[in-house]
Write a protein that binds this ligand. Structure first.
Ligand code: C5P
Length: 221
């Protein structure tokens, strides 16, 4: 099993996906990628080798991080599949769209023709399918929920075979999108800790520390 210093290569996904309907319109979400970029920057400062897979964002890549960009969930699936084997730890903070349009129209859909419905198909669950090849890698996921936050996050921790999940609640009173601070829970197989109004950079540091503690406890069980 790993010890903290054996985590040398970290693969991180960040930001939203874009699922195009036609050449100019897409389905997406308001993720800015801030937490994934913060984790990447701190991990690089700690001397880790870092590959960051980024969706479309306005953020500047952190220094000493290798970055590859994706647009759709299918693009991300290819990139993550390519670099997963390389990594000791995979941190999946990307806000991946669960659905994509069944067809991308070649030409811009004309308003005068109208549109009555949009057929969607399910995207692959990238984290879940990569987790089948987990071996002794550390896997970290994120869960954003509007209801039953802890119950749903715990389900994802188990279903996706994760070591750690970071859960955020989205409500009319609080959105984690685009804010510097979030209310987050960090859940692992031993328990759960709540962080109120925590700065995303601080949260990134806490997540990386937890990853290292998990490695340490593996070594000492
Ligand atoms: O969307 P969901 O709440 O299931 O996301 C939980 C975790 O799974 C996140 O870490 C996200 O990056 C990942 N995910 C994924 N592929 C999907 C949906 C989510 O890798 N299609």
């Amino acid at each position: 099993m790993k010890n903290p210093s054996s985590i040398k290569k970290i693969l991180i996904t960040a930001g939203p996906t874009r699922e195009f309907i036609d050449p100019v319109r897409f389905i997406s979400n308001p993720s800015t990628g801030a937490i994934g970029y913060a984790i990447a920057g701190i991990a690089a400062k700690k001397g880790k080798e870092v590959i960051l897979l980024s969706g479309p964002t306005y953020l500047k890549p952190p220094p000493n991080v290798k970055i590859f960009y994706f647009e759709s969930a299918l693009d991300l699936e290819k990139l993550a599949g390519k670099y997963f084997k390389w990594a000791d730890c995979f941190i999946s903070s990307a806000a991946v769209s669960d659905f994509r349009p069944r067809l991308k129209e070649k030409e811009k859909i004309k308003k005068k023709n109208g549109i009555n419905s949009l057929l969607l198909v399910e995207n692959p669950d990238i984290l879940k399918s990569l987790a089948a090849k987990k071996k002794d890698k550390i896997l970290v996921g994120f869960a954003l929920e509007t209801e039953n936050l802890l119950k749903n996050a715990l389900l994802k921790l188990r279903e996706k075979n994760l070591d750690l999940i970071v859960a955020n609640k989205l409500s009319s009173a609080h959105s984690p999108f685009g804010t510097a601070r979030v209310n987050a829970y960090i859940i692992d197989r031993r328990g759960c800790k709540k962080y109120d109004a925590v700065n995303k950079v601080k949260l990134a540091r806490i997540i990386l520390d937890r990853v290292e503690q998990i490695c340490y406890s593996f070594k000492h069980v």
